[in-house]
Design a protein around this ligand. Structure first.
Ligand code: PHE
Length: 461
């Protein structure tokens, strides 16, 4: 190992207590709105099983290598992304320009959480709406009306965004072991349990067979170049790579943990959850003759409509939105972590105050997203630039983070770890020996950057 100087976080009492604790936390970060909301509908739109195959290849060629690289950088630096990058570039005498990776992480996590939290707030509100039986027997217009009314009310969006952020701040402010680990140890088993309950419900009451063939029978004719790029972009988003989150989590990782094996476990579990989410959702959609390719509205409009017409729909609908909330919450805490870690280090303020300060800043930034659905819905700040035409504040933030900061961060991390970082001990740190390490480095140095560069350019044009 070649850590610059031992980092402040590598105190034995401030690390994840075990490999399992880290794995659960990282899975919690990876499994989020991306798995439960986005993966099912993009699979449906892009050729089902064929898309799943391409997606798995992207996870292997881009997702896992960057995840390994990011966690390794974090553990070596043992500080916030900004300070870790500084200490590694200093120690190795590499170019200072690489430090942008750290800043990209803090700023990206800040803005991603600002809108992620607003959508997290929707899931809290939908728990109450579903539990109150608001959707039971409702027709399509009524369900769409409920969703529209929620978006039209800035106060209601603001309140639930605030409640969601308060939960995140409370958990992160208590620290790695007392806050994050405790919450994650409770929430992750619950998430798996609720997911299994939902799949069982879908299997017994919905059109399970149709869902299975929809998701797994490959239709290569629907697989366009664009589908492949969507798969690649989603592979990065769903594994939480590119914006410092996994670097921060890696900074609390004990030295003995094998990073390669751990990263593969995380990727497999994340994929499993995404597939199970599809198996929980599509049987209900088909059973009610609804549209599987209904895009972003799938969860908040199509699904409530389905629940409204099924036996046990009120109970299981509530369970479903609780599941969505847990998935969003465990991702959100991972997004506040890099910002908190940075404030703690750079401003010398306590953990609790750092989480509160960072969280309040993010909360305030989230107001831009809240207003994007109502008062500012016709406000297009960069509308004079052709690619930003018709984009609200929320659309712009989403574009900036998902299509720019995430891929650029992932690319820079692959290049830094592949070409710039000092190699001695890297094989040991990663936990790969001989030909496996050589093969991994080949992928990381050539295939991963090439893949990300193609998606990035495509999304920009
Ligand atoms: N992986 C999360 C999801 O699928 C989103 C996320 C991206 C979280 C980047 C943290 C960092 O919803």
């Amino acid at each position: 190992m070649n850590p610059a100087t031992p980092g402040p976080h590598q105190r034995p009492d401030n690390l994840w207590s075990s490999r399992t604790a880290f794995i659960l936390a990282a899975i919690g970060s990876a499994v989020g709105l991306g798995n439960i909301w986005k993966f099912p509908y993009i699979t449906g739109e892009n050729g089902g099983g064929a898309f799943v195959l391409v997606y798995l290849a992207c996870i292997a060629v881009v997702g896992v290598p960057v995840l390994i690289a990011e966690v390794t950088i974090g553990r070596r630096g043992a500080r916030s992304p900004v300070a870790s990058m500084r200490s590694l570039t200093d120690a190795d005498g590499t170019r200072r320009g690489w430090r942008i990776i750290g800043w990209n992480g803090i700023v990206g996590a800040f803005f991603l959480l600002s809108f992620y939290s607003v959508i997290g707030g929707w899931s809290i509100l939908y728990i109450f709406k579903t539990a109150a039986g608001l959707f039971s027997g409702a027709d399509a217009d009524a369900v769409a009306g409920i969703f529209g009314a929620m978006l039209a009310s800035p106060w209601s969006l603001l309140i639930w965004h605030s409640v969601f952020m308060a939960l995140v701040i409370l958990i992160v402010g208590r620290g790695i072991r007392a806050g994050m680990e405790k919450a994650i140890n409770m929430l992750m088993p619950l998430l798996f349990l609720l997911l299994v309950v939902m799949v069982a419900y879908a299997a017994t009451t919905g059109h399970f067979g149709r869902a299975v063939s929809f998701m797994f029978s490959p239709d290569f004719s629907k697989l366009s170049t664009e589908s492949m790029l969507i798969a690649l972009g989603h592979a990065a988003f769903t594994l939480s790579i590119g914006i410092g989150v996994m670097m921060s989590y890696g900074s609390y990782l004990p030295q003995h943990v094998n990073i390669a094996r751990t990263a593969i476990t995380i990727a497999l579990m994340d994929t499993l959850v995404a597939l199970l989410a599809g198996l929980a959702i599509f049987p209900l959609v088909f059973a009610n003759g609804l549209e599987p390719g209904s895009g972003p509205g799938l969860i908040f409009v199509t699904l409530p409509l389905a629940f409204g017409h099924m036996t046990g729909g009120t109970v299981f609908g509530t369970v479903f939105f609780a599941l969505l909330l847990i998935a969003a919450l465990t991702s959100a805490i991972s997004l506040l972590e890099p910002v908190t870690e940075w404030l703690e280090e750079h401003k010398g303020i306590s953990r609790g105050k750092s989480a509160l300060t960072g969280g309040l800043g993010i909360w305030a930034a989230g107001i831009g997203t809240v207003l994007s659905f109502n008062a500012w819905k016709d406000f297009f700040p960069l509308g004079f630039i052709p690619i930003f035409e018709g984009k609200t504040v929320f659309d712009l933030l989403d574009f900036l983070v998902s299509n720019v900061m995430l891929p650029v961060g992932g690319l820079a991390i692959a290049l830094f770890a592949g070409w710039a970082i000092k190699r001695d001990g890297l094989d040991q740190a990663i936990g790969l020996k001989g030909p496996l390490y050589t093969a991994f480095m080949f992928v990381l140095r050539f295939l991963t950057p090439a893949g990300i560069a193609v998606v990035f350019l495509y999304n920009l044009v």
